[in-house]
Design a protein around this ligand. Structure first.
Ligand code: DLL
Length: 446
């Protein structure tokens, strides 16, 4: 399939709804959500009452910013079932994440929520060109993590064939890909790199006839530079898929095969705002802000204005693919991912962009914060490919100059042989490592 061929939408009426009709639907659903929260009389309902909201009819889209927000702390405070808006017996599944801070976040789903989630993932798969004929190799982890089972249910909803391989055991994945010839690959972007390398080692890559059509990669931040690497390695169209357990899991937003330039937010179910992370006030479209979602139709654990900590910008208009849903840019980072290097704020994705923008650098990298001396050093560890014959010294000084230019602060670059940077086989890639003393977290740096 070529990008100019438009894959069929899973729910065209919703995905290409005229803006005015969509706004009307959102307002009705927002009011129903507010009514549900008031009836449930939990933390969110009480906050609404304190803000003077007595019924859904009191709220409007234009005054959304006046309504109270929710955050991860609310989930922790009410762990495990505190934010329920239905009786506990109506919960048919829980999912969650181990969380960036190590504290588990648990989320409850009713039967209707699971059905909604499957449809949202089916939308994402269809937007990537998957059909009822597709074979989906699903290498997201199965379990509490929403990646595996979310995509799984979505593939079934679409009528595709899902291969529930989960994460890890890469050699077995290579065999399954060689034998089943999937057209769709779903996994984290870092694992896509790992699989691409393993397929190349097994002489089963695109040059040997591997025919993957598209990949849906998400659950961790990745840049367009990483996209280019993955597309070369695997010979597919690499698309971004975004979501978080609190809101539903994967399928909150996804890129389309046609444009692949931002993720369509399923805003008929997940009303999105971008807020200034410090003031909490809405930022204009096109300006990076903290993504904040209201789950308009979720039943078991509905959230009003949930602040995600993820930074991205929003863009409206009709896409080449025909979707009218608002687009979010790639997530540039999380509020709490920001590194402070000698007083300068740096997001890991800015470093990734510079490193992977260099043709000689391979896609695996790690950032080490050397805390052994009082003046912390940031070391960007990356691997030098063998295909481009450039002297090592030229590459590292070029990268250091480019990083200084892009970030305004000095970052040391450690160029290592291929295979030196630790790979993530299961779960999300850990890019940032602290070095308080002892052996270095990445072998070969000093
Ligand atoms: O990561 C859900 C998911 C699974 C999304 C598979 C896409 C694919 P959590 O484990 O709750 O849920 O982590 C959510 O991961 O707040 C972001 O910080 C980050 N994240 C998720 N998708 C992306 C993405 C799943 N495409 C947290 N780009 C979110 C950047 C992402 N960050």
């Amino acid at each position: 399939m070529q990008p100019e061929e438009k894959p069929a939408m899973f729910e065209p009426d919703a995905e290409s709804m005229p803006a005015e009709q969509l706004t009307g639907l959102q307002l009705d659903r927002l009011r129903a959500l507010v009514d549900r929260l008031l009836t449930a009389d939990g933390t969110q309902g009480r906050r609404l009452k304190e803000a003077g909201v007595a019924a859904g009819a009191d709220v409007n889209l234009a005054t959304l910013a006046r309504l109270p927000t929710a955050g991860k702390q609310d989930l922790w405070d009410s762990y495990p079932f505190g934010l329920l808006a239905v009786p506990r017996a109506e919960v048919v599944a829980v999912h969650g994440s181990s969380g960036t801070g190590g504290r588990p976040t648990l989320v409850s789903y009713s039967r209707a929520d699971l059905k909604l989630w499957a449809r949202m993932c089916a939308r994402a798969l269809a937007a990537a060109g998957a059909t009822g004929e597709s074979i989906v190799h699903n290498a997201y982890g199965y379990g509490l993590f929403t990646g595996g089972l979310g995509i799984h249910q979505g593939a079934i909803e679409l009528g595709a064939t899902v291969v529930p391989v989960s994460g890890g055991m890469t050699a077995r994945q290579v065999t399954l890909i060689a034998d089943l010839r999937p057209d769709i690959l779903t996994c984290t972007p870092s694992y896509a790199v790992r699989l691409g390398e393993a397929l190349a080692e097994a002489k089963l890559g695109p040059a040997q006839g591997l025919r993957l059509r598209a990949g849906l990669f998400g659950a961790e931040p990745w840049t367009d530079e990483m996209r280019a690497h993955i597309e070369r390695l695997l010979g597919l169209r690499a698309l971004d898929i975004y979501g978080l357990s609190e809101v539903i899991g994967p399928g909150v937003a996804a890129e389309c095969y046609v444009a692949a330039d931002g993720l369509h937010v399923n805003e008929d179910h997940f009303l999105v705002e971008a807020l200034d992370p410090l003031t909490g006030q809405p930022v204009p479209d096109g300006t990076p802000g903290e993504l904040t979602f209201s789950t308009l139709t979720k039943q078991a654990m509905p959230l009003l204005r949930y602040r995600t900590g993820d930074i991205a910008s929003l863009r409206r208009g009709t896409c080449q693919c025909g979707r009218t849903l608002v687009k979010m840019s790639k997530v540039t980072g999380r509020k709490d991912d920001m590194l402070v290097v000698r007083g300068v704020n740096v997001y890991p994705s800015e470093i990734e962009r510079v490193l992977l923008g260099h043709p000689a650098v391979l896609p695996d990298y790690a950032l080490v914060i050397d805390e052994r001396a009082s003046q912390r050093r940031l070391i960007a560890c990356c691997e030098l490919g063998t295909a481009v014959p450039v002297p090592q010294h030229d590459v590292s000084s070029q990268l250091e100059a480019d990083l200084k230019d892009a970030l305004g602060v000095s970052v040391e670059v450690a160029l290592l042989p291929p295979g030196s940077v630790p790979r993530t086989e299961v779960g999300k890639a850990v890019r940032v490592h602290h070095w308080p003393g002892g052996a270095p977290p990445v072998a070969g740096i000093g």
